[in-house]
Design a protein around this ligand. Structure first.
Ligand code: CMC
Length: 392
């Protein structure tokens, strides 16, 4: 009924008004709640940015301490989750494990399933999500590598605790390199929100049916996994490794990306909204140099990445289509330098994006948005009569 506008991929369709993230793709501007991403990456930390996104303002000292303290106290997960973890096959991809475990949280907190939630209940769910996701992410990694699960240590900061659960050993002292914490802080801040991207729209649309927040976030994790979205960070490193193994023949791979009969794309290149540059990529490229320098790491893959960028940016194909390195192009090189295994890269993205998903879900519910339900234009068969089996 009525006239339906078709817009596959929602390239020109706004789904909401939002007060969280401002993005200007032509000018390469990104701001959370009005604050430029460059300033937040330089001066803030991830927990403060999480507070900012979710609550709309920077916390004062007391508010931040309280936020951080509450998050620390909820970091344990139910012991039975370890049994679930054991049921996954060896080498299970941690994104598959993470989305499953995140959805299962809703069964441990059944009150989250009640759509008529009191605000305190919503706040507790938000805290539990922020608190337990690093625990579950680290568990997914430990399980796939056969290492014992490390319980969270609540005296540690958010990222220190995550690193401890990822890399600590029950029999050894664990020391944390501040260079690594700083780098992670920066990376997670840069990933914390990006307005109505695929995973965020997924969280909002799942949440719009009044499904519980744990399940909505789990859906976001699944959407993020795809190589055209957050999965690109793993795909970039795999691509760079392939180029290296192939003798560093960058031109050949660029030709492959340009070939319309070949489904291969230059991973970490191009963006739906950024048409001049991705401001996150700019910061991350510099951070990659800094971190590798500070840690004294010489990664030949960084050289290949820089060369690839240089050649692509001079190539007519990429110039004409406004294809620039995106957030995922250099992030994997930093994660690798920090000792994070390749298959955990997209999990890192999910950890970073969690506050954004939560803030967007909260905005959607507070605005009492209607259930998300796009229309279509039917192009199938016209009416026809059922044919009995014997007559087919
Ligand atoms: N390599 C080669 N060609 C490309 C690439 C690429 N990476 N990206 C876009 N193109 C071409 C595409 O083939 C099309 O060409 P033509 O006009 O001749 O058909 C043109 O550029 C426009 O691309 P599109 O697919 O219509 O653009 P889109 O807005 O639908 O897709 C994108 C955006 C990010 C999915 C796409 O650029 C892509 O697949 N990039 C590689 C994957 C990637 O790095 N994803 C991470 C995105 S940033 C972080 C995030 O979202 O999580």
């Amino acid at each position: 009924s009525g006239y339906i506008t078709l817009d596959p991929g929602f390239k020109n369709t706004g789904s909401t008004e939002s007060a969280i993230t401002f993005l200007d793709g032509e000018k390469g501007i990104l701001r959370y709640r009005g604050y430029p991403i460059e300033q937040l990456a330089e001066h803030s930390n991830f927990i403060e940015v999480a507070y900012l996104l979710i609550n709309g303002k920077l916390p004062n000292r007391h508010e931040l301490d309280q936020f951080q303290g509450t998050i620390n106290r909820h970091s344990l997960v139910h012991e039975n989750m370890k049994l679930m973890l054991q049921a996954f096959p060896a080498h299970a991809h941690p994104m598959g494990v993470l989305s499953s475990l995140m959805a299962s949280l809703s069964t441990f907190y059944p009150e989250s399933q009640n759509p008529h939630r009191a605000p305190e209940m919503v706040n507790l769910t938000i805290i539990r999500l922020l608190s337990k996701m690093p625990t579950l992410a680290a568990m997914a990694h430990r399980n796939s590598s056969g290492a014992p699960i490390m319980y969270p240590k609540n005296s540690l900061g958010y990222l220190e605790n995550f690193l401890y659960m990822m890399f600590g050993m029950p029999t050894e002292e664990f020391s944390i390199d501040p260079v690594i914490v700083d780098a992670l802080d920066k990376l997670l801040i840069l990933h914390a929100d990006h307005e109505q991207n695929c995973s965020t729209s997924t969280v909002r649309i799942v949440g719009s049916s009044q499904a519980n927040l744990y399940s909505s976030i789990s859906a976001g994790v699944s959407a993020l996994w795809g190589p055209l979205h957050g999965g690109a960070n793993q795909a970039v490193i795999e691509m760079l490794e392939n180029i290296k193994a192939d003798g560093g023949n960058i031109e050949k791979w660029i030709d492959k990306a340009k070939d319309k009969d070949d489904s291969f794309r230059l991973m970490g290149f191009g963006h739906r909204v950024y048409k001049n540059f991705d401001p996150r990529a700019k910061i991350i490229k510099k951070a990659a140099d800094d971190v590798l320098n500070k840690l004294g790491i010489n990664d030949p893959v960084l050289e290949i990445a820089k060369k690839l960028e240089e050649i692509a940016l001079q190539d007519e194909y990429f110039v004409q289509r406004n294809l620039y390195p995106n957030v995922d192009f250099y992030s994997g090189i930093i994660y690798r330098a920090l000792g994070i295994p390749t298959e955990m890269f997209t999990v890192m993205f999910a950890l970073g994006r969690l506050p954004g998903w939560i803030a967007q879900w909260k905005e959607m519910t507070e605005r009492k948005e209607p259930i998300g339900r796009p229309r279509q234009v039917y192009i199938g068969e016209n009416v026809r009569d059922y044919v009995h089996m014997a007559d087919r």
